[in-house]
Design a protein around this ligand. Structure first.
Ligand SMILES: [Zn+2]
Length: 443
């Protein structure tokens, strides 16, 4: 084919290794990804890609692996400003006596703007291209995602207590739905209902929410079975386990993301498997708050779709999804008593395609497949911590620290280029974050 017959393209990325995640288990060498108009247009052997395409730019990454952008399926981004505020406490004390009072006093638009921007810096630096957020002022979160070119699912939060975001249940719905209307059909931002937890939202409100979610065809994202105490309280108050109650209210479906899912009995696992409920595992948060353990291997054995979340930086305290994948793989082995449980490739799938599936975005992101958005992460595997490379996927999950992420693209646009932020003024964002401990009275 003569040169002038080559198809134009924006970018050709040539990494040493390419892990597309779909098909599962595949590792490609000397392949290239061709990007145009924000989308992946081809995944080909490099020589073939160069025969077919005339890219405006070519990026060589000779010691690197290219993977789909990481999907953080559960986070409270603005809570980065509360990182380290009240550590080493049980969940009820931590939430009721420290986090909620601080939020009720401070969690206004400025707090959410400064905290979310800090979270975006941390998430981009760690290779996260999409995050599913549950917090107040989702309008601010969505605006920032667009401004800084990060894919977001803005949570229409519902919690039955007054906060700076909404005074009444009706106001939670009306303000959330305004965000949904504003971002409907947006290429970067979508929305999900985010009822906080079974213990903080009543039956009538959950029924109303389910009806709206069905009408608007948006997913629902909720903390469920975070602790054994939550299950015991529900048995006392409602005479049923939280999952059984949510099922009675018609919420459990493939469009319902159940976050945490500890203290599960066989009947709970049957229920989520039958209803095809995706489970979002947040291992570091569960460990730090002594919440309990999610039986990931048992869920996987039943065909339950699994995703990973960091949770908020007040209960983790890092927004490091590569770290969560490692922790999930290690923890699954101990919880199941089987060292072959949750192998590296499965943990990486949870961190990418699993998250995309849970969010209803698997047609658009989550794997390196022609036609999907070019949401991509490149990790440098050269250097003392990650050499030699026997198995690329093992190296990524068990070894690679997030600071070896070199480049990140969202919809084809670089947001991290050779370690440098391109869409956020990092100096200014960090300066603003540094002012908050004084305001929160914690200096
Ligand atoms: Zn959470």
């Amino acid at each position: 084919m003569p040169d002038d017959a080559r198809k134009p393209a924006d970018l050709l990325i040539a990494p040493r290794w390419l892990v597309p995640v779909e098909p599962a288990g595949q590792v490609l060498e000397n392949h290239a990804v061709v990007v145009s108009a924000g989308r992946i247009v081809a995944v080909l052997p490099r020589a073939e890609a160069e025969r077919q395409f005339a890219p405006a730019a070519t990026l060589e990454r000779p010691g690197h692996v290219l993977l789909p952008g990481l999907v953080n399926a559960h986070v409270h981004a603005a809570m980065t400003l509360l990182r380290g505020l009240a550590d080493d406490l049980p969940l009820a004390d931590w939430l009721g006596r420290h986090i909620w009072p601080a939020e009720h006093r401070w969690a206004g638009p400025e707090f959410v703007r400064d905290g979310t921007r800090l979270a975006l810096l941390e998430m981009i630096r760690g290779g996260i291209t999409c995050f599913n957020d549950m917090y107040y002022f989702p309008d601010v979160v969505a605006d920032l995602a667009v401004e800084h070119q990060v894919r977001a699912v803005a949570g229409m939060i519902v919690i039955e207590q007054p906060t700076p975001w909404a005074a009444t249940t009706a106001e939670y719905f009306s303000r959330g739905l305004a965000v949904h209307d504003q971002y409907r059909h947006h290429p970067l931002v979508s929305t999900a209902f985010a009822p906080h937890a079974p213990y903080s939202v009543s039956d009538p409100t959950l029924q109303h929410l389910r009806t709206l979610a069905d009408e608007l065809d948006v997913p629902v994202h909720m903390h469920v079975h975070e602790t054994r105490r939550e299950v015991e309280d529900s048995l006392r108050q409602h005479g049923e386990r939280p999952l059984a109650r949510l099922d009675r209210l018609g919420l459990l479906s493939a469009g319902f993301m159940a976050v945490h899912m500890t203290a599960l009995e066989a009947a709970d696992i049957d229920l989520v498997a039958e209803r095809r409920v995706p489970v979002v595992h947040c291992p570091a948060s569960n460990l730090k708050l002594a919440s309990g353990l999610c039986p990931v291997a048992a869920l996987a054995a039943r065909g339950v779709s699994l995703a990973l979340g960091t949770d908020g930086a007040a209960s983790n305290n890092q927004l490091d999804l590569l770290g969560e994948a490692r922790l999930a793989a290690l923890l699954a082995k101990t919880v199941s008593g089987d060292a072959s449980a949750l192998p590296a490739a499965q943990a990486l799938t949870m961190a990418t395609l699993g998250g995309a599936r849970a969010l209803g975005l698997a047609e658009e992101i989550g794997s390196i497949v022609a036609g999907k958005w070019a949401d991509l992460t490149c990790v440098d595997l050269s250097g003392p911590a990650t050499e030699p490379v026997h198995d690329v996927v093992s190296q990524l999950v068990y070894t690679a620290p997030r600071d070896q992420v070199s480049d990140v693209w969202v919809a084809g646009r670089a947001v991290l280029a050779d370690g440098e932020f391109t869409t956020i003024d990092a100096g200014e964002a960090l300066e603003r974050a540094r002012a908050w401990p004084v305001r929160l009275g914690q200096a």
